[in-house]
Design a protein around this ligand. Sequence first.
Ligand code: GLT
Ligand code: MN
Ligand code: MN
Length: 389
Amino acid sequence: MKDAYSPKPEHKFTFGLWTVGNSGRDPFGDVTRKGYAPIEAVRMLSKLGAYGVNFHDNDLVPIDATVAQRNKIVKEFKKALNDCGMCVPMATTNLFYDPVFKDGAFTSNDARVRAYAIQKTMNAIDLGVELGATVYVFWGGREGAEVDFGKNPQEAIKWFREAMNFLCAYVKDQKYDLKFALEAKPNEPRGDIYFPTTGAYLGFITTLDYPGMVGVNPEVAHEQMAALNFPHAVAQALEAGKLFHIDLNDQKYSRFDQDLRFGSEMVKAAFFLVKLLEDSGYAGSRHFDAHAYRTEDRNGVKDFAAGCMRTYLILKDKVQKWNADAEIQGLVKEIIVEDPKLQALSKKYSRANAQALKKAKLDRKQLVKHPLRYEKLDQLTMEVLLGVR
Ligand code: GLT
Ligand code: MN
Ligand code: MN
């Protein structure tokens, strides 16, 4: 069905090869379907209107492939991308699946494993760049601990910094056009993962050798697992000029990482997220890091992928309605109180401003009388979302 909510490449929707490649295996049960192989995924997603695909090195090239095998796979994959008019905006390294990473990659207690992680990532960066990626994601799934007495968390942070500095310098030395995006998660698969939130990474980035090259890749489910407000994390990243990429999906609060279809659970939060992205002029990919329910067959995977994009576009349409709604905008105007004189005084410190501000007449009993009609605003927002406005 083609309608106003049909995705097109210009909407910049992307999926990880691992998302539609997911075969339904979970920690308690085996595969329930055949996941889409890389070239199948490219063909299927391009028919649905996606813009591109992203991958881990080993989603495309098996970890033990020879150079000749690697080159053959890359050649065939490039051809499929070309034939379908699809691109690869982002790439990443699998630093969590192979048993060698059982105690972390860049933060492993074993210096040899740390070196291997950097070596593997340099090769994966070369692969990503060869296929056109300009954003490189780091998700530290195994970078953490169960036993805090066994690994010094301050050392771990230093090791992680050394790895980032090394790899930034590598990218510069190769003259690649590539930025890094760090993805936080509080736990799973480790008992605790270092840098549990997007805010933690935003603080860490300022300590790097090349902070301008490094931003964040927040994921809906990961902040919501920690019962945090995801749009607020995104807002902080946007405000810092650090939203280099985003992982869209959904989740019920405080559970394991569910990676559900975008907008399938917390519709109001998803609406506000789309509003934030669209109003801010965020120009990056709208990347889905989610997978179909384990109950689905291969057709269900298509329903899942189409549903992610369609819901995004429906919410985008609702944002336009909300922004154009005179009553809603009237309420927003009423809620925000401007006072140019006071704003000028409090914007920047000077001795004169401080003295004038100390003398300003600010009667708290009067101030509290200003009504804030959030009840009405929220109800009208719900009515937009529920389709009666
Ligand atoms: C893995 C994880 C995701 C990360 C991917 C990138 S891999 O599926 O659950 O959140 O974004 O490494
Ligand atoms: Mn993710
Ligand atoms: Mn996730």
